[in-house]
Design a protein around this ligand. Structure first.
Ligand SMILES: O=C(O)CCC(=O)C(=O)O
Length: 434
C-alpha cells in the first residue's frame, strides 16, 4: 500500500472510531435515563399550572413569546396568503430523512426559502433554497423575516410596551441575519397516524424532540405560527377550547429527566424565539392541535460548506490540477503529490455525495418549482465529470485504494438503489423518488 492509501485509511478509521464512540455514548446515556425513568413520565407544566412562569424564568430563559397582536395586521394577511399559495402550488413536500439508521418521510411538509445559493442540511438531507424575495409569493415571507429579526434587536423596554408577554430579560447580542427559512405545514385531519409524545405525555407530535441542526453557534431561531381557519388571537376568547386543540411547543432540558418540561400553546399569528444557547441546551418538539398549521422558522444556518459559491470554488481548486491538451483534448494531471491527489479525491466525493446526489435523490422537487438551481447543477455535474476523469487517471496509476475507500464513505442509503453507480449520472433516474 502506498503512502496516500495508508494516510487515507488511517484517517478514515479514526473518523469512524470517533463516530462510533459518540454514538455509543448517546445510546448508553439514553438507556441509563430511560431505565431511571422506568414507567414514569417526565412532568411538564402548561400556562394553567402553578409555577409555570417561575419554571420558564429559571429553566427556559432563552424562550421568548411574541403575541400575534404585535405583528402588523397587514403582514399577517400577506404572509398567510403567501403560505397558502405556496402550498397550493405544491412547493411544500415531505422530506425523506435519516433517523436512527432508517429512511423516513417527515410528517410535516416543508420548503426551504432563503439566500440564493444557500442550502440547509438536516437529518442527512440537504435542502436547497428557493430564493427569498424574488418571487411575489415569497416577498411577504422576506418581510416577515425582517420583522422577526428587527424585533430580536429591540430592547426590553420596547418589548414591554407591546402586547407581548416577555417572560424573562432578553439578552440580545445584536442584529441577526437569518439566512434560511424553513416553512412547515401539517394538517392533522389528513394524517392516518400521529405519534404520541413519549417522555412527558404531552399529546400528538407533529415534529419529534430535536435540536435544530447545523446552525451557527447561538443562532436564534424565530418562528411564526399560523393555525389555518383561526384568525389571529381568535381561539383565546373561547374558554371551552381545551389546551390540546391548540398547536403547542414542548420544551425540555436535554439529558435531564428531573427538570419539568414546558408546554407553550400558540395562538394563530403568535411568534416565539429560541435565543442564546436554548437550542443546544434544550430540545423542542411540536405538538399538533386541531387545525392545519403553517410555521415559518427563521435561522442562521452554518453555511461555510453549504453554499453554491463554496462548492464551485472547491471544484475549481481540484480542476486546477487538470491539464487539457488543446489539440487532442486529452487530459493529464499536473501534479502527483499525495496531498494534491487526496484533495482531488475529497472534492470529487464532496460534489457527488453532498451536492449532486443530495439534489437528485429528492426527485424533481427543485426543477418543478424553481429553475434557480438548474444551471448551477448542470455546471457542477460537468465539473464532476472532469473530476471523474482525474480519478480515472489515478486509477491507472494504481492508487486505487484511495478511490475505493473514499467512494464508499457517504450515504450508504443511496447505494441501495444501485450498486454500479458512478458509471454515469443516469443515476438520476435510479435514485429519484417519483
Ligand atoms: O413549527 C415549529 O414551531 C417548529 C418547527 C421545528 O422545530 C423545525 O422545523 O425544526
Amino acid at each position: 500500500m502506498d503512502f496516500v492509501s495508508i494516510f487515507v485509511v488511517n484517517n478514515w478509521k479514526y473518523q469512524i472510531f470517533f463516530i462510533i464512540k459518540q454514538y455509543h455514548f448517546i445510546v448508553v446515556e439514553l438507556r441509563r435515563l430511560l431505565q431511571e425513568l422506568g414507567d414514569q413520565k417526565i412532568p411538564f407544566l402548561g400556562p394553567t399550572d402553578q409555577g409555570y412562569q417561575q419554571l420558564w424564568d429559571s429553566s427556559y430563559a432563552g424562550l421568548v413569546l411574541r403575541r400575534s397582536c404585535s405583528v402588523p395586521v397587514e403582514l399577517h394577511s400577506h404572509v398567510q396568503a403567501a403560505f397558502l399559495t405556496l402550498r397550493k402550488k405544491g412547493c411544500l413536500l415531505r422530506d425523506l430523512v435519516r433517523v436512527r439508521d432508517r429512511d423516513v418521510f417527515t410528517a410535516v411538509s416543508r420548503a426551504l426559502l432563503g439566500e440564493p445559493g444557500h442550502t440547509y442540511r438536516y437529518l442527512d438531507t440537504r435542502l436547497f433554497t428557493k430564493p427569498l424575495g424574488l418571487g411575489d409569493n415569497e416577498k411577504p415571507v422576506a418581510q416577515l423575516k425582517h420583522s422577526l429579526s428587527d424585533y430580536h434587536i429591540e430592547d426590553k423596554e420596547n418589548q414591554e410596551d407591546r402586547c407581548s408577554q416577555p417572560s424573562s430579560p432578553c439578552l440580545c447580542t445584536g442584529p441577526v441575519k437569518f439566512n434560511v427559512t424553513l416553512l412547515n405545514f401539517m394538517d392533522p385531519a389528513a394524517m392516518s397516524h400521529i405519534k404520541e409524545e413519549p417522555y412527558c405525555g404531552m399529546g400528538k407530535m407533529a415534529v419529534g424532540w430535536h435540536h435544530d441542526e447545523n446552525l451557527v453557534t447561538h443562532s436564534p431561531v424565530a418562528v411564526y405560527s399560523y393555525s389555518c381557519y383561526m384568525a389571529p388571537g381568535e381561539a383565546s376568547s373561547d374558554p371551552s377550547i381545551s389546551e390540546r386543540s391548540y398547536w403547542r411547543i414542548g420544551l425540555k432540558v436535554a439529558w435531564d429527566i428531573h427538570t419539568p418540561g414546558l408546554m407553550l400553546p400558540l395562538e394563530s399569528g403568535d411568534c416565539y424565539y429560541m435565543r442564546d444557547d436554548l437550542n443546544s441546551t434544550h430540545q423542542h418538539c411540536v405538538l399538533a392541535g386541531d387545525t392545519a398549521r403553517f410555521s415559518s422558522t427563521h435561522r442562521v444556518a452554518e453555511c461555510s460548506k453549504g453554499t453554491l459559491t463554496y462548492i464551485q470554488s472547491r471544484c475549481q481548486e481540484a480542476l486546477s490540477n487538470l491539464r487539457t491538451d488543446p489539440e487532442t483534448g486529452s487530459h493529464s494531471l499536473l501534479a502527483l503529490l499525495p496531498t494534491t491527489l487526496q484533495l482531488c479525491e475529497e472534492i470529487h466525493n464532496e460534489v457527488e455525495f453532498e451536492w449532486l446526489r443530495q439534489y437528485w435523490f429528492q426527485g424533481r422537487r427543485y426543477t418543478r418549482f424553481c429553475r434557480w438551481w438548474s444551471r448551477p447543477m448542470e455546471q457542477l455535474e460537468s465539473d464532476w465529470r472532469l473530476l471523474e476523469t482525474m480519478v480515472g487517471q489515478l486509477r491507472h496509476r494504481h492508487i486505487s485504494v484511495t478511490y475505493v475507500i473514499s467512494f464508499e464513505r457517504y450515504h450508504f442509503r443511496l447505494f441501495e438503489f444501485d450498486t454500479t453507480i458512478k458509471k454515469s449520472l443516469t443515476i438520476r433516474q435510479i435514485i429519484m423518488i417519483p
